[in-house]
Structure formats: structure tokens, C-alpha cells
Design a protein around this ligand. Structure first.
Ligand code: RB5
Length: 142
């Protein structure tokens, strides 16, 4: 699967670990930064990832900031983006099943690696349910 990754400094270490994890499972990874622990502004990276999904470069995106909120808000400014802030695998499953989320956002400062792995595995292996959820998802755009 083609997957884009993004983060700010708070999520840098998880983003790097996730890049290795997903690459080892034969995914095609595009990394939109950041590229070090130096303090940066999360919108710069959330927007790049969102644009890549709008252009069809990546099927899905995964991103981190400290709480997840800032980078999630940034990505959700894009019309075609449905970024879901997820802190456990049940929320990640629902985000795919019901909301057809195309970006998974996680709060790097509030999770450990095992939780990240579980959330990511669930998000990537769950498909949109469609049906009654389709018309609701269509109404999200303004
Ligand atoms: C950075 O310190 C922090 O503000 C950022 O990672 C994020 O939590 C913002 O929403």
C-alpha cells in the first residue's frame, strides 16, 4: 500500500520507527517530514501529507504530533481529507468502518510503541463499511 507519513518534533521518533515497521511489511512509504528532533510547526507537515492524498500519491496517511490535535486540525482543512485522531485501536477501527478516514492521527506524547503498532495495524486492515455511513460521510464536506 502507498502510505504517507508526517509528524512534528514530538512525533519524530515514532514516525521513524513506523517507517521501518511499515517498510518491512512491503508498503511503499513517502515521508513528508519532519526529519529531526528540532522544534518545527506541525501545519507545515500535516498540509504536505494532506496534499499528497488529495493528489492521489498516497492511498492513506499516518501522522503524529504531541497531542495529535494540531496536525489533525491542519490536515482536516483540506476538502478531501478525513483525518481521525485515534488513541486506541477501537477508535481506529471505527474511523475506517464508519468515517472512511484517510489519515490516521496519533498523539505521540500519550502512547507507547505497542499501542501505536496496534492502532496502525487496525487502521490499515479495516475497510470502510459503506451503506448507511456513505451518505453521512458525503455530508462532511462544506
Ligand atoms: C509541540 O510542542 C506541540 O504543541 C505539538 O506537538 C502538538 O501537540 C500540537 O497540537
Amino acid at each position: 500500500m502507498k502510505i504517507g507519513l508526517a509528524c512534528d518534533h514530538a512525533g519524530y521518533e515514532f514516525k521513524e520507527q513506523l517507517k521501518k515497521y511499515l517498510s518491512s511489511k512491503d508498503n511503499d512509504i513517502n515521508d513528508y517530514g519532519c526529519y529531526s528532533l528540532e522544534s518545527v510547526d506541525y501545519p507545515d507537515f500535516g498540509h504536505k501529507l494532506a496534499e499528497s492524498i488529495e493528489k492521489g500519491v498516497n492511498e492513506l496517511g499516518i501522522q503524529f504530533c504531541g497531542t495529535g490535535n494540531g496536525i489533525n486540525m491542519s490536515a482536516n482543512k483540506h476538502q478531501a481529507i478525513r483525518a481521525a485522531l485515534c488513541w486506541n485501536s477501537h477508535i481506529a477501527e471505527q474511523a475506517r468502518l464508519h468515517n472512511n478516514a484517510n489519515i490516521l492521527t496519533m498523539p505521540a506524547r500519550h502512547l507507547d510503541w505497542q499501542e501505536v503498532e496496534e492502532i496502525v495495524d487496525t487502521f490499515l486492515s479495516t475497510q470502510f463499511e459503506g451503506g448507511r455511513h456513505q451518505k453521512r460521510v458525503k455530508k462532511i464536506k462544506i
